[in-house]
Design a protein around this ligand. Structure first.
Ligand code: FES
Length: 65
């Protein structure tokens, strides 16, 4: 889509999830820049009840890299 630019960051948290953060810059009809951010965390420990997403259960899991 024209007038859009998206930056994506992927972070691997020690003893935690893989976090994907997307920042999107849009330009509205008045020409103003609008930044929007969204993020999702994917489970790496295997303990989440909401696979493939992290539900915080890693806090109770054994440490992992
Ligand atoms: S990494 Fe968070 S529940 Fe598995």
């Amino acid at each position: 889509m024209e007038n859009q630019k998206t930056n994506v960051q992927i972070e691997v948290k020690k003893n935690g999830p893989l976090r994907v953060i997307a920042e999107k810059m849009e330009i509205d009809v008045q020409g103003e820049k609008i930044m929007k951010e969204s993020a999702v965390s994917f489970c790496r420990c295997g303990k989440s009840q909401k696979q493939p997403f992290c539900d915080g259960s890693h806090k109770e899991a054994e440490p992992f890299e």
